[in-house]
Ligand binder design. Structure first.
Ligand SMILES: Cc1cc2nc3c(=O)[nH]c(=O)nc-3n(C[C@H](O)[C@H](O)[C@H](O)COP(=O)(O)OP(=O)(O)OC[C@H]3O[C@@H](n4cnc5c(N)ncnc54)[C@H](O)[C@@H]3O)c2cc1C
Length: 456
């Protein structure tokens, strides 16, 4: 390396930003590359994914959700400035200005500003008693509201939205003893499942004692005499609540990037190449929830806001900055979640997506058990496969069932990733023992069902 020490500036100190910083540091010493991270909040390297389990009480302390502190990063020669918001980027000058009035030059810049929770213009959405679920402070606020709630009667928790954050928060509130109502505008929870699988989720939630109201848009958050949220009014009915939690979806946080002139893609997220480099600005990278990526099956651009991608994309950016070529390999949209004991997994294309992508496809659903039927704890599981008609090429998969179901999606994601057909998956060497699966794993049974009919 030449004499002058370069500076890498990272905006955003969570999954993508800190992965980029850590990987760049692994590959370049501090006397060659200075690394400075600007984080507007007080935490870095925290797990938003853990918030529902912290609220629900499975995780006790906020600190358990923080993987590394600024001091630990400092020990690795990564300087983290918390409470420091980047206000603007001057791409021509190669500088970032902060809210405090600092102006920092960079040789390489990683934009890792993350996601922005959807907040539709609904009257009352900003009232006290309405809680977002994004940062650790949100989790702390919800915990405090529950702790301060009435003791003489169960609190009523109302969750807006039926995506995975809505479901996880519904479980969390129920675990804390709240009566839970979930209200969603969609016909069913988990829109990236097909309707028959979403219905299983809806039935499961109802069986758990949750009130699920679908197909109704929220028009207003109702306020009591003190101005605090006391319910919601939809276009169908009104529902009382002591606490309203928002899970209305996540878009990319791109205002800073867009204002600076970085190009956004058709998904609204920052347009990057497979090395996470911004088009037209090879010295600038973007990674994580703020960045666009591509779908492995369709080849189309995609925006999928998940921590698993944020970490990997950040690492790719850090590798490239560190001098080691790397490429992000795209996404299948693989995700797992649970509500109570009901586990959900999905990967690749659901039937709506397969249709939109122009595939001639078929869909097959099987029902099986998670363990040998005679083994204690065997639970029902449904596996649905979407495959190309004729070739049997796997395009997508969904799993809904009892404990032990969700992680089966990883086998299916791996098969799709590898371009396998249903027949190849059916014949592959999957493990069997009664505590873990029936003789034929539900994954293999589903694949065989496709293969059997494809061969007539
Ligand atoms: C409740 C919940 C549960 C989740 N569960 C899962 C899960 O189970 N599995 C999964 O894969 N994903 C899950 N996710 C998604 C996952 O948390 C995100 O995809 C991941 O955190 C994205 O990482 P990121 O670094 O791109 O963005 P973020 O985590 O959003 O971090 C961006 C950071 O940038 C900072 N920032 C933004 N703008 C500025 C600025 N101008 N100046 C300085 N700092 C700035 C923000 O304060 C923030 O700390 C969950 C998310 C939530 C909210």
């Amino acid at each position: 390396m030449s004499g002058r020490r370069e500076r890498l500036l990272v905006i955003g100190g969570d999954a993508a930003g800190m992965s980029a910083a850590a990987q760049a540091r692994r590959l370049r010493d501090a006397d060659d590359l200075e690394i400075v991270v600007l984080e507007q909040g007080e935490d870095v390297s925290y797990s938003a994914c853990g918030i529902p389990y912290w609220v629900g009480g499975q995780v006790e302390g906020r600190g358990e959700l923080v993987a590394r502190t600024p001091a630990e990063f400092a020990a690795r020669d990564i300087s983290v400035r918390t409470g420091t918001r980047a206000e603007s980027i001057d791409l021509a000058a190669g500088t970032v200005s902060t809210r405090d009035g600092d102006r920092l030059g960079y040789d390489r810049l990683v934009v890792a500003t993350g996601g922005r929770p959807a907040r539709p213009p609904i009257p009352g959405l900003d009232a006290p008693g309405v809680f977002g679920v994004h940062r650790l402070d949100d989790g702390a606020a919800i915990r405090a509201a529950i702790d301060a709630g009435p003791r003489d009667a169960p609190m009523r928790g109302l969750v807006l939205g039926g995506g995975y954050i809505g479901l996880e928060m519904a479980e969390a509130l129920q675990r804390r003893g709240l009566e839970v109502t979930v209200v969603l505008a969609d016909p069913l929870p988990m829109q990236l499942l097909d309707a028959d699988m979403g219905e299983r989720v809806c039935r499961g939630m109802t069986a758990m004692g949750m009130a699920v109201h679908t197909d109704q848009a929220v028009r207003e958050v109702l306020l009591d005499a003190t101005g605090r949220a006391c319910g919601v009014r939809t276009d169908v009915d009104s529902y009382p609540a002591d606490l309203v939690v928002l899970g209305l979806g996540m878009g990319p946080e791109t205002a800073l990037a867009a204002d600076s002139g970085l190009a956004l893609g058709p998904t609204g997220a920052i347009d990057v190449d497979r090395s996470q480099r911004c088009r037209d600005h090879p010295e600038v990278f973007a990674a994580g929830d703020c960045a666009q990526t591509f779908h492995r099956v369709t080849g189309e651009v995609a925006h999928v806001a998940l921590g698993t991608h944020a970490n990997k994309q950040g690492r790719v950016a850090g590798s490239v900055i560190g001098g080691r070529p790397a490429r992000f390999a795209g996404v299948l949209g693989t995700a797992a979640t649970k509500v109570g004991d009901l586990e959900i997994g999905r990967t690749g294309l659901c039937t709506t997506q397969a249709e939109q992508a122009g595939f001639d496809f078929r869909a097959d659903t099987i029902e099986a058990t998670t363990r040998a039927g005679y083994y204690p704890g065997a639970e029902d599981v449904a596996v649905k496969l979407v495959s190309e008609r004729g070739s049997g090429l796997l395009l997508g998969a969904q799993v809904v069932g009892g404990p032990g179901s969700a992680k089966r999606i990883d086998v299916l994601a791996t098969a799709i990733w590898a371009g396998m057909t249903a027949e190849e998956l059916a014949g592959s060497d999957l493990s069997y023992a009664p505590p873990f699966s029936p003789t034929y794993d539900p994954v293999a049974v589903a694949a065989r069902a496709v293969g059997r009919t494809e061969q007539g």
